[in-house]
Design a protein. Structure first.
Length: 418
C-alpha cells in the first residue's frame, strides 16, 4: 500500500506523488457510483497503564480526522484500577456494538457502575462479562477514652470557711445550671446529627438503588450474553436475584467465586433461575452451600444433559451432601471435569464410584480420597471406563499439586507421593 494508502482511500489526488503520472478516474468507475463503505479498524482496549492513554488518544484523533470514512471497533475491553473518566473518553469514540468481551477488574461504587451501564447497554453483541474485585478484609477498630477530674480543697481559717462554703455552693449551682444547658445543647446537636445522618443515608441508599436500577435496565439489552463471571463484587449481595432476572437468554457458563456475603435469598434464587437450565460450565467457589443440598441437586438435575464442567471448591459441603449429588452426576453424560475439595476425609462406596466414574474423566480432588485402597479404586475406574468409553483411562489430578497421571487397562498405577 505504501504511504499513499490513506490519501487514496480518502479520494485525494495522487498525481503529484505517483511515479506513474496522473491517474484518470472514469465517470463509469464503480467507486463514483458506489462509494466505499467505512473502513473498520479493530483494536483491543486494555486500561491498566497510564502510558496507554497517549496511544488511545492518538488513535482517536487519527480516527476523528477521517470521520465518516472509518469506524473504530473493539472486541475485547479490559478495565483495571483506573479512573473511569479515562475510560469514558475512549468509549465515546468506539463502536460499542462490536464488543464481545468485557472484564472489569476493579472496585466501583454503584453510581460509577450505573454510569458504565449506559455504555454496557450499547454492547448489543456482548457474550462474556466479568466483574472481578480484589479480595480485601476490612477491620474496624474503636477506641474509647475516659476522662476523670479530681479536685482538692484546702482548709482555711475558721472565720472565712462559712463564707467560702456559701460562695462554693453558689458556684456549684451555677456550674450545674451551665452543665444542664450544655447537655441540652449537646442533645439537640446529637439529634440534629442523627437526623442529618439518616437523611444522608436515605439519600445515598436511594441514589445507589437508582444506579443499580439503571445497571439492570441496561442488562436487559444484552441479548447475546452467554458467560458471566463474578468474583466478590460488592454490589451483588442482596441483589443477585434482580440481576439473574435480567438475563435475556440461557447462560452457557456461570462462575461465582468468593461471594461469601450472598444472602440466603440470593442463593435460593440462584438455584431457581430458569436461565441457568442449559449450563455447560458451573463454578461455585467459596460459597456457603451447606444448607442448599436439595436446591443444588435440583439444578444439577436440570443441567444434566448439557453440563461438562462442575466446580464446587470450598463450599463447606460435607461428605453426605456430596454423596447426595453423585446419582445426579451419573446422569450428566457430558461431564468431563469435576472440581471439589472436601472439608474432611471423603469415603465413597464402590457402587457410588462405579455409577459416577464413567462420565467424570478429570477430577480435582483432595488427597483424602486416595487411601490405602487406591489400587482397588483404580480397578473400579478401569472397568467402568472400558465398558463405557473404550480403553482410555480417566486422567486424575490429585491434591493441591495437581500432578498429572494417566493409566491404561493392564497397567498398575504408580506409587502416589504426597
Amino acid at each position: 500500500m505504501g504511504a499513499n494508502f490513506w490519501d487514496m482511500w480518502l479520494g485525494v489526488s495522487t498525481e503529484n506523488c505517483s511515479p506513474m503520472g496522473p491517474v484518470t478516474v472514469h465517470s463509469s468507475s464503480p467507486n463514483m457510483e458506489h462509494p466505499l463503505a467505512p473502513l473498520e479498524v479493530f483494536l483491543d482496549l486494555n486500561f491498566n497503564e497510564r502510558d496507554q492513554d497517549k496511544f488511545f488518544m492518538h488513535i482517536i484523533q487519527w480516527a476523528q480526522q477521517r470521520e465518516g470514512l472509518l469506524h473504530l471497533c473493539c472486541k475485547t475491553l479490559r478495565i483495571s484500577e483506573v479512573p473511569f473518566q479515562r475510560v469514558r473518553r475512549v468509549l465515546d469514540r468506539v463502536r460499542l456494538d462490536c464488543i464481545q468481551e468485557v472484564k472489569v477488574n476493579c472496585t466501583w461504587d454503584l453510581p460509577t457502575l450505573g454510569t458504565f451501564a449506559l455504555y454496557l447497554g450499547q454492547m448489543s453483541n456482548l457474550q462474556k462479562l466479568f466483574f472481578l474485585e480484589e479480595l480485601a478484609e476490612e477491620e474496624e477498630d474503636e477506641e474509647w477514652e475516659e476522662e476523670g477530674e479530681e479536685e482538692e480543697q484546702q482548709e482555711e481559717e475558721q472565720e472565712l470557711r462559712e463564707e467560702e462554703e456559701l460562695e462554693k455552693e453558689e458556684q456549684e449551682q451555677k456550674e450545674e445550671e451551665q452543665e444542664w444547658e450544655e447537655e441540652e445543647e449537646l442533645d439537640r446537636e446529637e439529634q440534629e446529627w442523627e437526623e442529618a445522618g439518616e437523611q444522608e443515608w436515605e439519600r445515598q441508599e436511594q441514589e445507589e438503588q437508582q444506579s443499580f436500577s439503571q445497571f439492570l435496565s441496561q442488562m436487559l439489552r444484552l441479548w447475546h450474553l452467554r458467560e458471566l463471571y463474578m468474583r466478590s463484587p460488592s454490589f451483588l449481595p442482596g441483589r443477585l436475584d434482580q440481576m439473574l432476572r435480567c438475563l435475556q437468554t440461557p447462560l452457557d457458563l456461570l462462575c461465582l467465586t468468593y461471594c461469601q456475603r450472598l444472602t440466603h435469598s440470593d442463593l435460593t434464587h440462584l438455584f431457581q433461575c430458569p436461565n441457568l437450565r442449559q449450563l455447560e460450565i458451573l463454578h461455585l467457589f467459596g460459597l456457603s452451600l451447606a444448607d442448599f443440598s436439595e436446591p443444588l441437586r435440583a439444578l444439577l438435575e436440570a443441567v444434566a444433559p448439557t453440563l461438562q464442567d462442575l466446580g464446587l471448591d470450598k463450599c463447606g459441603m460435607a461428605d453426605s451432601q456430596v454423596e447426595a449429588i453423585l446419582p445426579v452426576l451419573s446422569r450428566c453424560h457430558q461431564l468431563r471435569k469435576f472440581a471439589f475439595r472436601p472439608i474432611c476425609n471423603l469415603r465413597l462406596s464402590s457402587s457410588e464410584l462405579r455409577r459416577s466414574s464413567p462420565f467424570t474423566l478429570k477430577f480435582l480432588l483432595g488427597h483424602s480420597l486416595f487411601s490405602s485402597s487406591l489400587l482397588f479404586l483404580f480397578n473400579l475406574f478401569r472397568i467402568s471406563v472400558e465398558v463405557k468409553i473404550g480403553h482410555d483411562f480417566p486422567r486424575v489430578f490429585t491434591g493441591n499439586s495437581a500432578t498429572h497421571a494417566e493409566y491404561f487397562p493392564g497397567q498398575h498405577p504408580p506409587h502416589q507421593t504426597h
